[in-house]
Design a protein around this ligand. Structure first.
Ligand code: PDD
Length: 276
């Protein structure tokens, strides 16, 4: 149905408590990219917060929605909430049916096109999110506040810094460093989202023979590294040239980031050919 006609109860627990999980999947040439890994992460998020929904059915429904939409370039948004029930903090007992939303948003070209050549500027912002950032929950207030703070400072994205000085991730992206030709990736833990593009990046590094070091970068490392880049479903692989107005490395997009961006697109082209 048209998105404007969708109705959700004000008692839905996503509205009342942010009690829901979601996925954003990139659509290229009418196909959902990295569909399997996104569905696996959705399954895991649902399990972690104990919502019982059938992800295989959601996956099939997503396929139908996508083909009916006729959208070639865009994004799929999926949200599963715990459902509508009288407002009590405890989960409804017995459980109520989860609400599922799937919609497609068309994209007009690459939204980051203008930044690919010169790189993005970031603003460091304290990471005051909750302790389970590995769950892709719709509770994104801290992320929204950080993104807005970055925007107000004329930056593309916020780089979140934990209390102990660790660089965790962006407000809606994963962050990687590069030092002496090696990629520095944050190890997965409860402080970051297990990004689907992050996982693809690690695989592409492996195939390209680029060494990856799993290391929690500190804010102080930002003056020492050669390159910094972000990954995400919409940003793909994006070079960062400035953080808090200070240059990263030479202040120009670096060769390792460029190589990985190319590897991403080569992989995408192979996948598009394969699924033809
Ligand atoms: N954001 N970290 C956070 C906090 C994110 O919200 C996202 C994705 C990522 C990158 O993950 P992936 O490679 O799976 O897209 C990392 C989505 C796109 C969003 O909220 O719109």
């Amino acid at each position: 149905m048209p998105l404007d006609d969708v109705r959700v109860s004000v008692l839905d627990r996503a509205f009342m408590f942010g009690d829901a999980v979601y996925e954003v999947i990139r659509v290229y040439s009418g196909r959902a990219f990295l569909r399997g890994p996104h569905m696996d992460r959705l399954r895991r998020s649902l399990k972690e917060i104990r919502i019982n929904a059938d992800v295989d059915r959601i996956d099939a429904r997503m396929g139908e929605t996508l083909s009916r939409s006729g959208v070639a370039e865009g994004m799929v948004y999926i949200q599963v909430t715990r459902g509508a029930a009288p407002r009590r903090h405890q989960f409804p007992d017995p459980p109520v049916p989860p609400n599922e939303l799937i919609y497609i948003e068309p994209l007009d070209g690459d939204p980051y096109d203008h930044l690919r050549e010169n790189g993005a500027s970031l603003l460091t912002v304290p990471d005051f999110r909750w302790g389970r950032c590995d769950i892709k929950s719709v509770n994104l207030l801290a992320n929204c506040m950080a993104a807005q703070q970055a925007k107000a400072a004329g930056c593309l994205e916020a780089l979140l810094i934990a209390e102990d000085g660790t660089v965790t991730e962006g407000s809606h992206t994963s962050a990687f460093g590069v030092k002496d030709g090696k990629v520095i990736a944050s190890p997965l833990d409860e402080r970051i989202l297990p990004g689907i593009t992050r996982a693809l990046m690690l695989e592409l590094c492996r195939r390209a023979g680029v060494e990856v070091v799993q290391h929690r970068m500190q804010q102080s490392d930002l003056t020492q590294i050669d390159e910094l880049f972000l990954t995400g479903t919409t940003s793909e692989v994006l070079p960062v040239t400035k953080v808090d107005d200070k240059p990263i490395g030479t202040g120009r997009p670096g060769p390792v980031t460029a190589r990985l961006y190319e590897a991403y697109h080569a992989h995408l082209q192979d996948w598009l050919k394969e699924s033809d």
